[in-house]
Design a protein around this ligand. Structure first.
Ligand code: PA5
Length: 437
């Protein structure tokens, strides 16, 4: 089981401060269970792991197998909660150089998470003449970024293999009834999966939104879900500790939480976590700012700021006990690089000492530090970690006094963009912006 340790925060907040907040965290967990808090129409994720049926998992695995067999590339189109969970899990489990290896099944590539013209052009040139399929994911079915990518790639696929064949290579994941993507999928006869009304985007990784891309990438979604079920069924102590500690730190002036990893596979796990906590807590003028760094890489960029800059930060370090592979540092007779003092040691031993040394230095520098330990980077432990962060997020949001399940702030840029693009229905805003500019 994954675990948490908050001992290294006790120079900043006392055990008493944290214990004093635990009843609030437990009450927040109760509120989630009873479903009587703010945003209670978005609690579908709470028992999702244990409610997914074997038949649902089999169906997702069968669709993944079909696409893996028929395609060299599967493009997963989506943004925000409709992409980050899948990306996080796939990156965490993948060989770091999988993109350069051939003949190992369909490669999952992502699109629709930006509006970069060169990105789309590069992707289309990569796919030109190749066997490819598309998984298009949008809960609302109307989001601009994925809609643009889908229009381009659908058009390209239909030209390459014909409309009828293309429809067998496209899967849509969207709302049961509403939205342009649902209408389009129905009309074109695509295989579809539903994102339930009561599961928000950033809590959707354990639905087909995350599970289908992860299965296409060749990973074990049954084990991922089983790990999440273990955390769902376990007592909420870990979540209580995390939620109470981060809120105690916030109250003590630590306004920024940096999620730290020492494993390049975890970069996107942090991106997923930032969306989860940022969109859930950052509202009503409140909320811990979620940031992230990849160590030791970023010790050579952000390390200075973290050690010596403004003391408004705390860290949550994710450590992975056991690596997938062993690499031992060789002895060199000449020792011109002076590294013989670590010859015979595993690279991970050095990494772990870097981690320990950094944690001690940061605590000495006034940066409180929590530690989350994963026994290994496997589907099961990632499932536990995902559910842990989701539930702790709901609890922490309620403790902060916000609705953790809405995101009213993300509409502001969309309104301006639509007005600037003269989208029908935005005439008044277009005129207003024209005056300002
Ligand atoms: O968490 C959220 O709700 C958002 O990040 C959405 O996932 C994101 O905006 C994409 O929305 P949609 O799936 O409707 O295209």
């Amino acid at each position: 089981m994954i675990s948490i340790c908050n001992k290294s925060v006790l120079e900043t907040v006392s055990e008493k401060d944290i214990e004093a907040l635990k009843p609030q965290a437990q009450a927040a967990a109760q509120t989630l269970e009873k479903g009587d808090g703010a945003g209670n129409d978005f609690l579908g994720w709470l028992h999702l792991p244990s409610e997914i049926t074997a038949a649902e998992l089999n169906d997702i695995n069968a669709t993944a197998k079909h696409l893996r067999e028929q395609c060299d590339y599967v493009v997963v189109i989506g943004i925000g909660g409709s992409y980050l969970g899948a990306k996080a899990v796939i990156e965490a489990l993948s060989d770091n150089f999988a993109a350069y290896k051939h003949n190992e099944g369909a490669k999952v590539v992502f699109a629709g998470n930006n509006i970069g013209e060169d990105y789309l052009s590069d992707l289309m040139r990569l796919l030109d003449g190749k066997r490819f399929g598309i998984v298009v994911i949008s809960k609302s079915g109307t989001t601009t970024e994925p809609a643009i990518a889908f229009r381009l790639l659908k058009n390209m696929l239909e030209k390459q293999v014909g409309k009828a064949e293309a429809s067998k290579l496209i899967v849509a994941i969207t709302d049961a009834k509403r939205g342009a993507l649902r209408s389009l999928a129905t009309q074109e006869g695509y295989k579809t999966y539903v994102i339930a009304d009561n599961v928000g985007g950033r809590f959707s990784v354990l639905t087909p939104v995350g599970l289908l891309p992860v299965a296409i990438a060749g990973f074990d979604i049954n084990a991922l879900v089983a790990g999440a079920v273990e955390m769902e069924k376990a007592p909420a102590d870990m979540m209580t500790t995390y939620a109470a500690t981060r809120n105690a730190l916030y109250q003590a002036g630590k306004k920024i939480e940096i999620l730290v990893n020492y494993n390049p596979n975890l970069h996107f796990l942090a991106e997923w976590w930032k969306q989860l906590y940022g969109e859930s807590e950052g509202k009503d003028g409140k909320g811990i700012f979620p940031a992230s760094v990849d160590f030791t890489t970023d010790l050579h960029s952000m390390g200075q700021w973290i050690q010596d800059g403004e003391r408004t930060i705390f860290e949550t370090v994710i450590t992975v006990e056991k690596q997938r592979h062993e690499v031992v540092i060789p002895t060199d007779d000449a020792d011109l690089d002076g590294l013989n003092y670590i010859a015979g040691k595993r690279v991970d031993e050095v990494n772990k000492m870097a981690e320990l040394g950094t944690r001690l230095a940061h605590v000495d520098g006034g940066v409180p530090c929590m530690l989350i330990t994963l026994p290994a980077l496997t589907e099961k432990y990632l499932g536990q970690l995902i559910y842990f962060f989701e539930k702790a997020c709901g609890m922490s949001g309620y403790m902060l006094g916000v609705n953790p399940f809405n995101q009213p702030g993300v509409e502001a840029y969309k309104r301006n963009m639509f007005a600037l693009l003269n989208k029908p229905g935005y005439e008044a805003q277009s005129a207003e912006l024209a005056k300002r500019l």
